[in-house]
Ligand binder design. Structure first.
Ligand code: SAM
Length: 214
């Protein structure tokens, strides 16, 4: 059985060259087998630094994007993280391997069921639900970090509300073609510090506080 270890090492080298410095992120990405999160026909492309189709009209994000967004959360201790857009489950697996308590929401039921089965088979302890992630997951709030893996027209108010003080929300915001990645830190008294990183491209975040469904 192919383990793709060498390909994974080469990908980690590439991510370092592209400026990813967080050792915990690089270590987790060196441990998680991305080829298990993509369709069999795509496995030989799994360690290229590209997004890949995962069926249901969705994609697994480019490894560099996963690394950049995870690094932007600046995680140093066990924290409670909410992910919007479970997709293949790869990003959630990276966070779990970093020792985080992960909650992840996917709106597409077929994709949700397929990924839930995979996460169970891989023994990954990740809390998932099928629903509209634009309104967050109130029951377990506040979160130390929230990561949105689809592009949104605006920053959903519910997600800002469900962030803990000192926590970070990483979210691509823009039109349907390209987005600016926003790294939003919640300060005391409902103040927010916002850093912008230009030029990322994501599939649309569809929901009550996202894009309308066509
Ligand atoms: N994080 C994923 C991974 O590691 O494979 C990549 C996800 S893909 C780029 C974005 C996902 O967001 C899609 O699976 C899509 O169905 C989902 N999505 C879009 N709008 C959503 C919403 N309002 N709530 C939850 N998921 C949503």
């Amino acid at each position: 059985m192919l383990t793709y270890e060498r390909e994974r090492e080469e990908l980690i080298d590439k991510l370092s060259e592209k400026g990813i410095t967080d050792i915990y992120v690089l270590k987790a990405m060196g441990n998680v087998e991305r080829h298990k999160f993509v369709p069999k026909a795509m496995r030989h492309h799994a360690y290229k630094d590209i997004a890949l189709p995962i069926g249901f009209g969705q994609t697994i994000s480019q490894p560099y994007t996963v690394a950049y967004m995870t690094q932007a959360l600046r995680l140093r201790k066990k924290s409670k993280i909410l992910e919007i857009g479970t997709g293949s489950g790869y990003q959630a697996a990276i966070l779990e391997k970093m020792g985080m308590d992960v909650f992840s929401i996917e709106r597409n039921m077929d994709l949700y069921l397929k990924t839930r089965k995979l996460l169970d088979e891989m023994g990954l302890r990740i809390h998932t639900k099928c629903g509209d992630g634009t309104i967050g997951w109130e029951e377990f709030a506040p979160y130390d970090g929230i990561i949105v893996t689809a592009g949104s027209p605006t920053v959903p108010v519910s997600l800002k509300k469900q962030l803990a003080v000192g926590g970070r929300l990483v979210i691509p915001v823009g039109d349907k073609q390209s987005q600016i990645l926003k790294v939003i830190t919640k300060m005391e008294n409902d103040n927010f510090n916002i850093e912008d990183v230009p030029e990322f491209s994501f599939v649309p975040l569809i929901g009550r506080e996202g894009w309308n469904q066509k």
